[in-house]
Design a protein around this ligand. Structure first.
Ligand code: MG
Length: 383
């Protein structure tokens, strides 16, 4: 594409409408975490951005009240504060629009991620290029998938893990810290014994330990040779997290303690962790997630592709992020849209082959939305 046609392709595009769907995802299984439990449903937000050229961009926010934010508040941020900045604007002015949105509202990172996702989807469709290409190209076209063991019914979870192991999955992240320490040790023991010998176990406490005796409990876990142990202590207990990182050989991963690029700089400065879970829902979009990955890379801290409770749209966006970002080298947990959400909103679901997610290669996010499916789980729609 020469400069003239590129200019042509991005000229005179205007956002004409923004529809916001507050949805309630039905879930196929219960989930428990150190930070909170989820029983049958999970709120979510989906946006449909329309342009005068007929191009439509889609975005998804995955708020969780105990982690990133509240779904109703996410809808209000987009509807009341972002909408006036977007309607009538050129959707290809992504940096300028996202800067305006950053200035307009603090936090609400999932809302910002959803809007950036829709803008990138439109730009990709306009240029007939997948988002990973817009980010500098693919460094990987498949991403090794990590599946979380988080069901309070552990027998059900063992069956789930063994079934997935049979399908080629090798990365399992065990959610700990919502049961007693003794029960967590027994779960690890069974997983180590019953999963294939080449299965890699990881541990995620989701802030579930108290700082004063966390080190002892984390040390007990080392006999199972976890690849890493994630966020053992509460988000704000950073000194304790840094002390655990310094004290043990198993790599320690930060998740809830690192949302933003500024927090990533603190992570480096304080030697907080050995690796970091990077999520577009925490960072406020793909571009800021890549800033965190770059800061981590410069410090020798490995990245992991984390998620919230995400449907296929957010998973597709995450895949483009990981596909184009070398330092996200520890795999990614892009399993929820396939195994946890009870409704598929993609016309063609994300492809998983031999335990790996295949990155979509079509224009934009590279996925087609089943709008009827979105409407079937919507509980409020703002136009
Ligand atoms: Mg985590």
């Amino acid at each position: 594409m020469n400069n003239e046609t590129l200019g042509e392709a991005t000229r005179d595009l205007t956002i004409t409408a923004l529809e916001i769907f507050l949805v309630r995802w039905p879930l196929k299984m219960k989930r428990r975490h150190g930070v909170g439990d989820i029983e049958r449903t999970m709120p979510g937000v989906i946006v449909k951005m329309t342009t005068d050229a007929g191009l439509i961009g889609w975005g998804e926010a995955s708020p969780w009240a105990v982690f990133t934010g509240i779904a109703e508040s996410c809808v209000a941020a987009i509807d009341v504060y972002f909408r006036p900045l977007l309607i009538g604007a050129d959707p290809t002015d992504i940096t300028a629009l996202m800067n305006a949105i950053e200035r307009a509202v603090v936090a609400h990172t999932e809302a910002k991620a959803a809007i950036e996702m829709a803008l990138l989807d439109i730009l990709g469709k306009r240029l007939k290029a997948p988002i990973a290409l817009l980010l500098g190209g693919f460094v990987r076209r498949e991403v090794e998938m990590s599946v979380s063991i988080a069901n309070p019914d552990f027998d059900e979870d063992m069956e789930f893990a063994k079934r997935l192991a049979g399908e080629g999955v090798r990365l399992f992240k065990v959610k700990t810290g919502f049961l007693s320490h003794g029960e967590d040790l027994l779960r690890m023991e069974r997983l180590r014994a019953e999963l294939p010998g080449d299965a890699e176990l990881r541990i995620d406490y989701n802030q579930g330990l108290e700082a004063w005796d966390a080190l002892q409990k984390v040390r007990d876990m080392e006999i199972f040779h976890p690849r890493f142990i994630e966020q053992p202590v509460p988000r704000d207990q950073r000194a304790a997290l840094a002390a655990i990182t310094a004290a043990i050989d198993t790599p320690i991963m930060a998740d809830e303690s690192v949302f933003s690029p500024a927090e990533a700089i603190e992570m480096v400065r304080t030697q907080l962790c050995d690796c970091v879970s990077i999520k577009i829902m925490k960072a406020g979009g793909i571009r800021r997630a890549r800033e965190i990955a770059a800061i981590a890379e410069a410090a020798g801290i490995a990245g992991y592709g984390g998620t919230m409770f995400e449907g296929g749209l957010a998973i597709a966006a995450g895949l483009h992020f990981v596909a184009a970002t070398p330092n996200v080298s520890l795999g990614a947990e892009f399993y929820t849209s396939t195994y946890v959400m009870g409704v598929e909103i993609l016309a063609t679901p994300i492809v998983i082959r031999n335990g790996r997610n295949i990155v979509p290669t079509g224009p934009g996010l590279g996925v087609e939305i089943d709008e009827q499916a979105v409407r079937s789980i919507a509980i409020d729609i703002r136009r």
